[in-house]
Design a protein around this ligand. Structure first.
Ligand code: NAP
Length: 499
């Protein structure tokens, strides 16, 4: 498959899908026949089309999900049977790894090797993990003080609107779909307009695995036109949103009008604290992968490096030497580590932020420029030094392959700098002193902290934000709980049940 072959996109969206909407178990065009372009970030060229849903299509998808939920065909199926179906979906994802990886690489510009070993692998493991939880969906019996017998059931919430961003379409949809499904909910999924392809393959896989019609629906189309309608829809019972803090806050307000449960995974701007006692070679590798992975378009990236002062210039010199050698270019090449940004918009945004930092007097240690490669949206990995903590490029989420480096003198100063942005998603500590690692980790405002590594993620370990990085958690049993409501059933043991 080549990136410039439009025919490959048809294969990339699954033979049955062909870029259509998936509603009530049926592939169909948008009600007005509209389509939107799929652009390859590696070439800037159109490689296909997908349907551009209307609000009437959203209504149809929600109605299909509502009817499927109310029928009980999924919500009242035993959780073990749901688990078997999710396990089949896992197996099908493994069988279709190459198709999923190619779609993700074509759509997002991800290096194909990472698309296979990170995106498809991690997404499949989410289905496997939540399938395993389906064998243990137990409620509790509670000890009561009165003469009552009480038990607490965990029930599905209903119709879930699952909205995902452009950067990890497959993993972030899976981290919603798998726990929502195992808990018995039905779903309307809206992927990002820039990266809709893998959602269509997943719809095909779930249908083949045996998920009943209407339980999982996909509407592709612009969030600006469809988002408020979907989030505010009276038949949507819960919203699971991943995306920017700005749109997440807007969607939360819409969901709040109808008091829907709302979970949000939002922006991040993680600090990576490098202490002078760390294993420097290992730490430099961690620092690089933390900011170049997925071209920095990673909510849990580590774009703010805080270095203990004696190492500051050494670290800058090592990064300047190393980064030009990290394989950069065509994501279809097996050896590529850094591909393009996912869209022209993202490229413009990143380039403008670096230009403003340069104009304000920051030192560009390496990078700081676009790369003219085949018309794609490429930006060279960039390291910026001598920036004040309130500089835009430090304080705000850049979401590109850009690292700022600041020096600190004391543990207290490192903690203060790390916690100084409005975000609180991830953080990292590189040190050989484990007592220090525990001490500092306990004081970082973040949903997850990695010690001597980065992005050490697992389906069983929850992640999510504090402060402006969101509400709730994904992964782990915690995510499944967010797709359940409790129902307490209490018997009076003093009046007989039989009449
Ligand atoms: P975005 O612009 O906020 O879009 C996210 C999703 O929301 C897209 O599907 C978008 O649709 C949709 N949307 C747009 N307007 C909407 C509305 N009014 N109501 C409901 N949905 C609406 O985010 P993005 O640029 O795709 O992704 C990057 C952001 O996501 C970054 O801030 C990143 O940190 C964050 N993120 C967070 C996590 C996490 O786990 N915390 C993970 C990944 C990414 P369209 O695409 O059609 O506009």
């Amino acid at each position: 498959m080549t990136l410039t072959d439009p025919a490959s996109t048809v294969a990339g969206t699954g033979e049955r899908a062909r870029g259509r909407l998936f509603i009530g178990g049926i592939w169909r065009d948008a009600s007005d026949g509209a389509v939107m372009d799929v652009i390859s970030p590696a070439t800037g060229r159109k490689v296909g089309e997908v349907a551009r849903a209307t609000t009437a299509d959203v209504d149809d998808a929600v109605a299909a999900a509502r009817a499927a939920f109310d029928s009980g065909a999924w919500s009242r199926l035993s959780s073990r049977e749901r688990a078997r179906i999710l396990q089949r979906a896992y197996a099908l994802m493994r069988e279709r790894t190459e198709e999923l990886a190619q779609a993700e690489s074509l759509d997002v510009g991800k290096p194909i090797t990472f698309a296979r070993i990170v995106d498809v692998n991690n997404a499949a493991e989410l289905y496997e993990f939540y399938a395993s939880l389906g064998h243990h969906l137990d409620g509790d019996v509670r000890e009561t003080t009165g003469n009552t017998h009480a038990y607490v059931k965990r029930e599905p919430i209903g119709v879930v609107a699952a909205i995902t961003p452009f950067n990890f379409p497959l993993i972030l949809s899976s981290s919603k779909i798998a726990p929502a499904l195992i808990a018995g909910n039905t779903i309307v999924h809206k992927p990002a307009s820039d990266t809709p392809l893998s959602a269509l393959i997943i719809a095909d896989i779930l249908q083949e695995a045996g998920v009943p019609d209407g339980v999982f629906n996909v509407v592709t189309g612009p969030g600006a036109a469809l988002g408020d309608h979907l989030v505010g829809h009276p038949d949507v019972d819960k919203v699971a949103f991943t995306g920017s803090t700005e749109i997440g806050a807007h969607a939360a307000a819409i969901a709040g009008r109808t008091l829907k449960p709302f979970t949000a995974e939002l922006g991040g701007n993680a600090a990576n604290i490098l202490f002078a006692d760390a294993d420097l070679n290992a730490a430099i590798n961690t620092v690089i992968s933390a900011f170049v992975f997925n071209s920095g378009q990673f909510c849990m990236a580590g774009p703010r490096l805080l270095v203990e002062r004696p190492l500051y210039e050494t670290v800058l010199g090592t990064l300047a030497d190393a980064l030009p050698h990290v394989p950069f270019g065509d994501p279809a090449d097996e050896g590529t580590v850094i591909g393009p940004l996912a869209s022209a918009n993202q490229l413009e945004k990143v380039a403008a932020m670096v230009d403003r930092a340069r104009a304000a007097g920051a030192r560009i240690v390496t990078g700081g420029e676009r790369a003219e490669l085949g018309g794609g949206f490429f930006y060279r990995p960039t390291v910026i030094a001598d920036v004040p903590n309130d500089a835009e490029v430090v304080a705000e989420e850049v979401f590109g392959p850009v690292l700022t480096v600041q020096a600190f003198d004391t543990e207290e100063e490192a903690i203060a700098l790390a916690n100084s942005t409005p975000y609180g998603l991830a953080s990292g500590i590189q040190t050989a002193d484990l007592a220090k690692a525990h001490r500092v980790a306990a004081r970082l405002d973040a949903g997850i902290t990695w010690v001597n590594g980065w992005a050490l993620l697992d389906p069983s370990v929850p992640f999510g934000g504090v402060k402006a990085s969101g509400w709730g958690r994904e992964n782990g049993p915690e995510a499944m709980a967010s797709y359940q409501r409790t129902h307490s059933i209490v018997f009076n043991l003093e009046t007989g049940a039989s009449a």
